[in-house]
Design a protein around this ligand. Sequence first.
Ligand code: NAD
Length: 481
Amino acid sequence: MSHSAQPAASLYINGAPVEGQGAELAVHYPYTGEVIARLHEASVAQVAEATACAAAAQPAWAALRPIERGRVLMRAAAIIRERAEELARLEVLDTGKPIQETRVADWPSGADALEYFGGLAATVTGQMIPLGGDFVYTIREALGVCAGIGAWNYPSQIACWKAAPALVIGNAMVFKPSEETPLGALKLAEILTEAGLPAGIFNVVQGRGAVGAALVSDPRVAKVSLTGSVATGQKVYAAAAAGMRHVTMELGGKSPLIVFDDASLEDAVGAAMLANFYSSGQICSNGTRVFVQRGILPAFLARLSERAAQITIGDPLDDATQHGPIVSPAQLQKIRDAIDKGLDEGARLVCGGPGEGVFVPPTVLADASDEMWIAREEIFGPVMTVLAFDEEREVVARANASAYGLAAGVFTRDLARGHRVAAALQAGTTWINTYNLTPVEAPFGGVKLSGIGRENSAAAIEHYSQLKSVYVGMGGVDAPY
Ligand code: NAD
């Protein structure tokens, strides 16, 4: 069966589809490798056109009552929910993820963000600071034009997570999806227009890194929000600094998941699987360093390989499939090289392996040590590294001995220990007795090399706005001249 997902045009500028004038961008369905759409990158002039349209449209949007902006976002969320199945299928074609995941995780989480920030719109207020006669009040105002740049693992969710808080406070956005997964953001642009968003407030440009770089240094851009790798984050942060632009950086990680011997083994195994194999392991917050207390290590590995062997791998559009292909041949190679590296370094293959064709099966590498490459670097595939530990203080120190700090998890029935360890872990997001749940109500983001700023929750509004102080003089001016 052949698949096609050709959009009306490659870009979306000023409320309408526009064809790109840059190089061709073929979109492949990761499962079959077939070309499902042929797009074109935006030219440098089109990036400038998009930011100019955004800058022109933004003041009128910012001048609306917040509740009106919120209503547009809520309507968009409702449209997404009505078209859930069609959007879930498109996400499968774009990413290769199993439809049982894209039905519950991708667009639904994007709709949550639009609803959450839509509802929050009218609650954002300033402060009045009394000075005994004189007073100051603060206004939380939009930044202007925000650039959003996405990764390929959750393309639609990322577009919504960035657009919702940015737009609701009165910004306009120019969004560049990953060149691997360019389709979801175009759908979001159409849906927002249908929901009543004025032309120019949400624009999409396509392209590889160079198009992103042109966007980041466009003089009209006031803020850059990137989801991507640390290496890209360092470049984008540096480029943004030249224009003193605000940034949000949602980057990679090598997050620890610590399992104490009093934990529910079944829950810990289930969480470790979710933390490594969901979306074929292509999740930034994955708990890829699984530290297991020595006494329960044999039982943990036995149950893990038993359950991993039952995972259904295959056609992502089949309802029964739980584990799909890897997004691209380049990423497949990276993951296979990482597995080889782990085995060369002396790790033991408990289950899985390099796999065949477009698949890497759920893979567990045990007997690992902290120095091994597989225990230090992000693989971004379904590869779990298991490490043994003996006691709490030791494991916390080892968990924190990483340049990254996106997320962390702890499994224990001793709740005092759970809270103590969560407090001690250097990570932006931590879980006790669960893993990888990222509801829109809770802040999400990293520390150390994993990033700066927070998405989701009311905290995200602060990252898409600035405070203005207005000092009001109520008496005469006391000048010493
Ligand atoms: P990537 O860094 O290769 O690309 C991310 C985006 O940046 C793409 O759209 C790319 O075109 C663009 N880009 C590349 N060079 C650029 C430049 N010089 N200027 C501007 N834009 C540029 O990342 P990826 O391979 O698409 O995604 C995987 C990475 O993303 C992993 O490291 C993963 O951990 C991370 N990630 C983080 C989060 C999070 O929320 N923290 C979420 C998802 C993915």
